[in-house]
Design a protein around this ligand. Structure first.
Ligand code: ATP
Ligand code: MG
Length: 124
């Protein structure tokens, strides 16, 4: 494959120190608009509050996501949810809230991965 002729795509980061200013809304709308234009895109939800994940109708703490992406051998391909998403949109859901998932007898990260359900039910 000639990689020089096959662009890898672009990365768009959406962030702002201030809350409630439209980060999630813009992320979802940009992704949906690009999807409508025929581009495939992947939303990586790094927000502990799981804004994009919840907006896209994915139950939080139900699927492996960005936590597993960072801490396991899972890949974006194996974690991406694509069923019931807007056209062209894929999602790696947010990791779980540590406080909600931590068991008293072990580490929060391991328990979070456990509660998220591993491997991902959609991405396969
Ligand atoms: N362009 C806009 N015009 C009017 N309302 C908007 C616009 N963009 C977002 N909103 C509304 O503002 C509120 C906050 O938006 P959003 O959740 O996207 O912000 P956020 O920056 O992701 O917030 P948080 O910091 O809590 O994650 C929502 O109710 C959303 O519907
Ligand atoms: Mg948000």
């Amino acid at each position: 494959m000639d990689m020089e002729k096959k662009p890898m795509g672009i990365v768009i980061g959406v962030g702002n120190q201030k809350g409630g200013v439209g980060k999630t809304t813009n992320t979802l709308h940009i992704a949906a608009a690009l999807g409508e234009k025929g581009y495939r895109n992947l939303i990586i939800d790094l927000d502990p509050a799981a804004g994009a994940t919840k907006h896209l109708g994915i139950p939080i703490q139900s699927f492996a996501g960005t936590l597993e992406l960072l801490t396991t051998e899972e890949t974006p391909q194996s974690l991406a949810i694509y069923e019931k998403m807007p056209k062209g949109v894929h999602l790696i859901p947010s990791y779980c809230g540590y406080q909600a998932t931590q068991k008293p007898d072990s580490g929060g990260v391991r328990d979070c991965a456990y509660l998220c359900g591993h491997p991902n039910k959609f991405g396969g």
